[in-house]
Write a protein that binds this ligand. Structure first.
Ligand code: SAM
Ligand code: SF4
Ligand code: SF4
Length: 335
């Protein structure tokens, strides 16, 4: 097992399989910036499935047991189920999940399940049509997401998790409805504090709704009680409904950072590894990979990178007088 400067082991790997997306969520890929002429990575700069599989094997050997496919939108990468099947074969992988905007789930859910995907997390910011459309740049509708959820359920994904980014004055007035909907349907919703990832969403602290405030608002209508962590490194604060019917989670990345428990490495579509969601730079594995490095050599680079890791951006955020100007973008490494 390898440890970083704060003795944090490497346990989770997020694999971003593409920097492209069919949505334009205002907090992630605002349409004004990611317009028609935006230059995404060319095909040959993106890792092939074989390259992703090889790097993943090496990262799993170094300790990762949980994998999550993300993006951009992972389902816009062609034949993504082929990659799922390749990753599902890797010895030592205990959990294989995907985060998706659900748009293509009606076509893909069964193939993903058959290929060995264990869990899906579906992003849905509001059940209010206008609010939701405003947040995704008018690329989807609530019904499209509900169709995607239904397809995932039909394919046997259980439980379904929902990710909801909360922004003050945008969708915070709709969270109780969403919590009630998830409770009624047995979905586990995770409310995520809007984060200052990347440099393009114009983030301001005033836009964040602190998790405590959200809990109080939900508790007033659907009484809640706290529950413990499932495992070390779990980042969600969890609550169950007092009258039964499931749980909700809060990702308190801004108001109560959890860097001390952060065991996550991120692999970008073009083969860089990032040790923090807010990192300015990654470590390139593609160049050595394509110029013939052995598995042992690649593992050496990985171990050195993890060993040097001392990231704790969210804990330091409040001490920063100026925002960091160099940060990787969310759509690039996938949250
Ligand atoms: N396209 C897929 C999706 O939206 O589910 C996967 C990639 S997306 C970048 C992963 C997650 O990050 C989504 O649930 C999204 O809502 C969340 N996210 C994106 N930008 C965020 C931000 N600024 N703060 C908090 N969460 C964010
Ligand atoms: Fe696309 Fe996901 Fe970013 Fe929305 S959050 S723009 S769906 S990558
Ligand atoms: Fe992990 Fe960086 Fe987020 Fe802290 S700020 S929890 S180190 S990704």
């Amino acid at each position: 097992m390898i440890q970083d400067q704060f003795k944090r082991p490497l346990r989770d790997l997020r694999i971003s399989v593409t920097d492209r997306c069919n949505f334009r969520c205002t907090y992630c890929m605002p349409a004004e910036i990611f317009g028609e002429g935006y230059k995404f990575l060319p095909r040959d700069e993106i890792l092939s499935f074989e390259e992703i599989e090889r790097l993943t094997r090496i990262i799993v050997r170094a300790g990762a047991v949980k994998l999550r496919l993300t993006g951009g939108e992972p389902l816009v990468r062609q034949d993504i189920e082929t990659l799922v099947a390749m990753l599902a074969e890797i010895d030592g992988v205990e959990d294989l999940a995907m985060t998706t905007n659900a748009y293509f789930l009606p076509q893909k859910a069964q193939a993903l399940k058959d290929a060995g995907l264990q869990r899906v997390t579906i992003s849905l910011d509001s059940l209010d049509e206008d609010v939701f459309q405003r947040m995704n740049g008018r690329r989807s509708s609530v019904q499209k997401v509900l169709d995607g959820i239904a397809a995932a359920e039909q394919a046997g994904f259980d439980p379904i998790k929902i990710n909801t980014v909360v922004q003050r004055g945008v969708n915070d007035h709709t969270v109780v409805d969403l919590a009630r909907f998830c409770k009624d349907h047995g979905y586990i919703v995770r409310f995520i504090e809007y984060m200052d990832v990347g440099t393009m969403n114009g983030w301001r602290m005033d836009d964040v709704v602190p998790a405590d405030e959200l809990v109080a608002r939900i508790d007033a209508e659907l009484p809640l009680e706290p529950i413990g962590k499932n495992y070390r490194g779990e980042v969600a604060r969890r609550y169950r409904f007092r009258n039964g019917g499931g749980e909700i989670g809060l990702i308190t990345s801004v108001t109560r950072p959890f860097c001390g428990a952060c065991t996550r490495l991120r692999l970008s579509p073009e083969g860089q590894i990032f040790t923090c969601l807010f990192a300015g730079q990654g470590t390139d594995l593609r160049a050595p990979l394509r110029s013939g490095a052995s598995d042992e050599e690649l593992e050496q680079i990985l171990r050195g990178t993890w060993h040097a890791r001392n990231d704790r951006y969210s804990e330091e955020r409040s001490e920063l007088t100026e925002p960091r100007t160099e940060k990787v973008q969310m759509y690039h490494i996938g949250g």
